[in-house]
Design a protein around this ligand. Structure first.
Ligand SMILES: Nc1ncnc2c1ncn2[C@@H]1O[C@H](COP(=O)(O)OP(=O)(O)O)[C@@H](O)[C@H]1O
Ligand SMILES: [Mg+2]
Length: 629
């Protein structure tokens, strides 16, 4: 009768001296004969992550400590005697014996105290290959990897069958080639940090530097979808984020970006997003008094709005005395009330007040403190800063990708503008829930002021509820982490990406992220686009890689941009020469007109074509030396 064994058994097994052939697969087992004297944590990772199909078996046998102690005692006496006799004979004692003696004494002490136990450890590897050549090649590669770890390995010659069975998941050690190890050394053999971070779903963040696997991850499956990115300037933070944006867009995620450096425009154009540029002359307006008009159980929207306007006004107007703050609070309530808006949600659909109404309410207080606040507010309504925040909102977030830029604002106004924009985004996000990512690039702008820092912190804390993931990017690592709000933002972000760091930031980073020695080293020496990706309990060394098409859209390397511009010009030239019409009659039409039209029209390029302003930054062209062909 045919048994199950007959069905699953291979047709033939051919056992040779140093290999075994099962059907058409060759296998070879090697065992470890010698170990290094001391080993760091996870020292076996080159073996565990070896890029070939291998089976690794480790056997650990607890040994009886009392027997070992007796053996050690005998050994120690022997070694001491050897050293003594050398000395008596006037010779220098053997250094190897001294080292061994020292080790033996330590182990004996630890064993006697019970802080260590003893084990016998066996390590076997079975390699599989399609043919003999490949088998030999892989064997050699593994043996030299092991050699680099100071591990001596040998083929289990004439025991291939036993070796193969030993590495099957049956827990039977048929080779029994063991070496004694104490608990600590044994613990380091555990493949705990075998680092793979590949989820079933999600987007690719990059390539795992250890084993070249893909780091695929879905941030919306974590307890919160927030992320922080820390690195020094030029390390590739914005690049990594732009890449993530492109990939998230493909999964239907909506993305909103705060772009203080004017870096995301090219990307926005390519994916048909909306680029909203804030300057005094621009058409885009935001009214900070807008309410989301959605009612949520247990939330007092008006109360929260007043707190956030209060924070904004502190950023705008500078420090206030407690009396002034009280006046401001009363005026804010009165301003809303004059428009018929009260804590009753039904009343909150009324038209929101404007900055001017607050100004009038402050004046109406007829009080010296309120007058002082009103005087400081005046410049935003009638004075030089008039223009953006004192009118009804006229923008909307409709595109899948929306970028807000404040680059053209005066430096001092940027934090204020960013605050107003963030508050506006927050209000709109609450209105309709969708999978969204909000990117705050150069977030240190916000950390400079405690009120704006606290605002971001409260957004990060509540984002989950609104299906929102906030990405906070900063280069000013020390300031960010020495700030209580900054620290809280990090703890409220499930994903963290650290890229190249300056040595000065390492202490605070190690403290915050519990970095190992190796990780610290990696961060200081890493190249552009490399870093460590933390997701919950996992960390992996990550290399951010883009496809050529993606790279074209997101790079900001001036050399590449200038080269590309030249190529485009040459192409234009060629097509103009080929065409019958004269080339100089008309500049090319701008086909990618921005809906709000404020960036691409304001600054014209030297040659008059449609490139955005930063391409024709005169300095880049003047400094640029074309490569000699
Ligand atoms: N992974 C990468 N591969 C190739 N080039 C990169 C990569 N990351 C960054 N760069 C380039 O390095 C430069 C600096 O990157 P950027 O993201 O602007 O730095 P940061 O935002 O950290 O200051 C840019 O020119 C960018 O194109
Ligand atoms: Mg950047």
């Amino acid at each position: 009768m045919v048994t199950i064994q007959d069905i699953i058994a291979p047709e033939a097994i051919e056992v040779d001296f140093t290999f075994q052939k099962i059907n058409s697969t060759y296998t070879r087992t090697i065992f470890v004969a010698g170990y290094p004297r001391s080993v760091p944590a996870n020292w076996l990772s080159p073996l565990i992550n070896f890029p070939h199909q291998i089976s690794i078996a480790m056997f650990m046998y607890p040994a009886d400590s009392s027997e070992i102690l007796n053996n050690l005692k005998r050994k120690i006496t022997e070694m001491e005697a050897e050293i003594q006799s050398d000395l008596r004979a006037g010779k220098i004692s053997n250094i190897n014996t001294e080292v061994k003696l020292e080790d033996a004494r330590y182990i004996r002490e630890d064993l006697a105290k019970g802080s260590e136990r003893f084990f016998q450890f066996g390590l076997y590897v079975t390699i599989q290959a399609k043919d003999k050549d490949e088998l030999d090649k892989v064997t050699q590669a593994i043996q030299s990897s092991l050699g680099a770890l100071l591990i001596v390995s040998k083929k289990a010659t004439l025991q291939m069958d036993e070796g193969f069975k030993t590495t099957l998941p049956m827990g039977v050690d048929k080779l029994l080639i063991t070496r004694n190890m104490d608990t600590t050394s044994l613990a380091t053999t555990f493949p705990f940090t075998s680092s793979e971070l590949t989820m079933e779903s999600g987007i690719m963040y990059g390539i795992n530097e250890h084993n070249d696997s893909l780091v695929i991850f879905d941030r919306f499956q974590m307890e919160n979808a927030n992320m922080v990115i820390f690195a020094k300037s030029g390390a590739g933070k914005s690049y990594a984020v732009k890449l993530e944006i492109l990939r998230q867009l493909m999964f239907g995620v909506e993305v909103i970006v705060m772009d203080p450096e004017h870096e995301y425009e090219e990307l926005t154009k390519a994916v048909g997003g909306e680029y909203i540029n804030f300057t005094f002359g621009s058409e885009a307006k935001i009214n900070p008094f807008d309410l989301s008009t959605v009612y949520e159980e247990g939330e007092n929207e008006l109360g929260q709005k007043i707190i956030s306007i209060h924070g904004l006004l502190k950023v705008m107007l500078g420090q206030m005395t407690p009396q002034q703050e009280a006046m401001l609070d009363r005026s804010l309530v009165a301003t809303y009330k004059a428009k018929g808006i009260t804590p009753d949600p039904a009343s909150q659909t009324n038209t929101a007040p404007l900055m001017e109404d607050l100004y009038k309410a402050l004046i109406g207080m007829e009080n010296a403190e309120a007058d002082d606040v009103a005087a400081r507010l005046e410049k935003f309504i009638t004075g030089s800063f008039r223009g953006i925040f004192d009118q009804a909102s006229n923008i909307n977030i409709q595109s899948q990708l929306t970028i807000f830029s404040v680059k053209e604002m005066e430096e001092g106004m940027r934090p204020i503008a960013m605050y107003v924009i963030l508050d506006f985004i927050w209000t709109r996000i609450k209105k309709d829930l969708r999978k969204r990512i909000l990117v705050i690039d150069e977030a240190w702008y916000f950390m400079k002021h405690p009120d704006s820092a606290s605002f971001i912190h409260s957004m990060v804390k509540r984002a989950r509820k609104y299906f929102l993931g906030i990405t906070t990017i900063t280069q000013d690592v020390e300031d960010f982490l020495h700030n209580d709000y900054g620290k809280a933002i990090v703890t409220n972000s499930s994903i963290q990406l650290l890229m190249k760091q300056s040595t000065a930031s390492i202490p605070v980073l190690s403290e915050t992220f519990y970095l190992s020695q190796g990780e610290r080293q990696l961060l200081v020496t890493s190249d552009v686009g490399e870093g460590i990706f933390f997701a919950g309990q996992n960390h992996v060394a990550l290399r951010v890689v883009a496809s050529d098409e993606e790279h074209q859209l997101i790079t900001t390397d001036p050399e590449e941009l200038v080269r590309r511009q030249r190529q485009e010009e040459e192409l234009d030239q060629e097509s103009a020469n080929a065409a019958p019409q004269p080339a100089s009659s008309k500049p090319p039409q701008n086909t990618n007109q921005n809906p709000l039209g404020s960036t691409s029209n304001q600054k014209q390029n030297l040659s008059g074509d449609e490139q955005p302003a930063r391409y024709i930054n005169a300095a880049t062209i003047d400094d640029y030396q074309p490569p000699t062909q």
